[in-house]
Ligand binder design. Structure first.
Ligand SMILES: NC(=O)c1ccc[n+]([C@@H]2O[C@H](COP(=O)([O-])OP(=O)(O)OC[C@H]3O[C@@H](n4cnc5c(N)ncnc54)[C@H](O)[C@@H]3O)[C@@H](O)[C@H]2O)c1
Length: 334
């Protein structure tokens, strides 16, 4: 099959390499707001380029959107209305209003769309879900999740990102729903800036923490930072009345035990691409199956809206300095 790629930046370049390794993918067609970026990526590898999204959509079986978040909504509406199965990186848009509009357009179009929450394809998270679903953990009381980036992205990325909570914690919010099968009803979040000035100048924070209540009274503690010199650190701990499981407690663990004599897993610092490489490959393999029509989307625009609403509640809570009920966050009818 022929796959289009819109956005030849960091994750676009990485996804393009992964897609090119899949047997099902015959070739890629690349476009970018900067034609030289598309050409740089495509010509090295013998792939095609397209002058515009419209041009690209007419030449592919499926499209992968890896452009800046602010552009996702417009491109996704275009691909959905053209009936081209689409994989779109998270989040769907910078604002809740546009996210809702995109969900409406996609659902009315009937075009299959998969959103890039790759943790759903990570073997550790899947095993944790199995442990929860099997009942072996008893009833859940607490879930702890974190997304700690090793170092900040380029300063220019921050104003285009939607902020740390919408950009990074949105992964935690999606996986929280995936793991527990429950919905968040209440959020209280705090943010802080101890790093470079460009976060505060853009109205963002470099570190955030949130307390969430789920609709079955499970509590979740979620945090993120752009400064984690020990390495990219993404973990989950799911604690129940009968047992606890942890995700990310393998050779990727970016924590050195302070206990004398304790063996820490590794001294290696992983990037998010190394940490999630198998998951990215699995999610893109799943997308080729969505394009082929052999499976429904494993992560829908509704899922993306649900995760974004939690991010929105946290962002509002951080700014107001008080808890926010999810029932006060806009949505659309089921
Ligand atoms: N799932 C993940 O783990 C993960 C990881 C990184 C980034 N992302 C998401 O991927 C997206 C891109 O992130 P990045 O780090 O690669 O950013 P980036 O800035 O490195 O790259 C973005 C690219 O999109 C291009 N672009 C911008 N507007 C465009 C438009 N209208 N049409 C075509 N091209 C356009 C830019 O020229 C640039 O080449 C973001 O939405 C981000 O949230 C997801």
């Amino acid at each position: 099959m022929r796959i289009g790629l819109v956005g030849a930046g960091r994750i676009g370049t990485f996804h393009a390499s992964t897609l090119a390794q899949l047997d099902q993918v015959e070739t890629l067609v690349v476009t970018d707001a900067f034609p030289e970026a598309a050409a740089r990526l495509a010509t090295e590898r013998g792939w095609e380029t397209a002058e515009s999204v419209e041009d690209l959509l007419g030449r592919v079986d499926g499209v992968v959107i890896t452009s800046a978040t602010a552009s996702h909504g417009e491109i996704l509406r275009q691909s959905a209305l053209a009936g081209v199965p689409t994989f779109c990186e998270k989040p769907l848009a910078l604002s809740l209003a546009e996210t809702i509009d995109v969900v409406r357009v996609v659902e009315e179009s009937g075009t299959p769309v998969q959103v890039g929450f790759q943790r759903r394809f990570d073997e550790g998270y899947r095993a944790a879900k199995q442990a929860i679903d099997s009942g072996e953990l008893g009833f859940l009381h607490t879930v702890r999740l974190n997304t700690n980036d090793q170092s900040p992205p380029p300063a220019a990325y921050i104003p285009t990102s939607g902020g740390l909570i919408r950009d990074c914690n949105v992964h935690d919010f999606d996986i929280l729903r995936f793991l527990t099968g429950r919905e968040v009803v209440n959020a209280y979040a705090l943010g802080a800036n101890k790093g470079e000035d460009f976060f505060a100048e853009g109205g963002d924070v470099d570190t955030a923490a949130a307390l969430l209540t789920l609709d079955d009274d499970t509590l979740a503690i979620v945090s993120a930072t752009r400064y984690n010199g020990a390495g990219h650190d993404v973990r989950a701990e799911v604690m129940g009345s009968e047992g606890t499981v942890g995700v990310g407690y393998d050779e990727s663990l970016a924590v050195r035990s302070a206990e004398p004599g304790a063996v820490s897993p590794t001294a290696q610092k992983w990037s998010y691409m190394e940490r999630f490489q198998p998951a990215y490959r699995s999610e893109l393999t799943a997308f080729t199956e969505v394009v082929a029509g052999s499976r429904p989307s494993p992560c829908t625009v509704r899922d993306a809206l649900a995760a974004f609403r939690i991010a929105e509640a946290c962002e509002q809570s951080r700014i107001k300095g008080q808890p926010v009920a999810l029932s006060d966050i806009g949505t659309i009818a089921p």
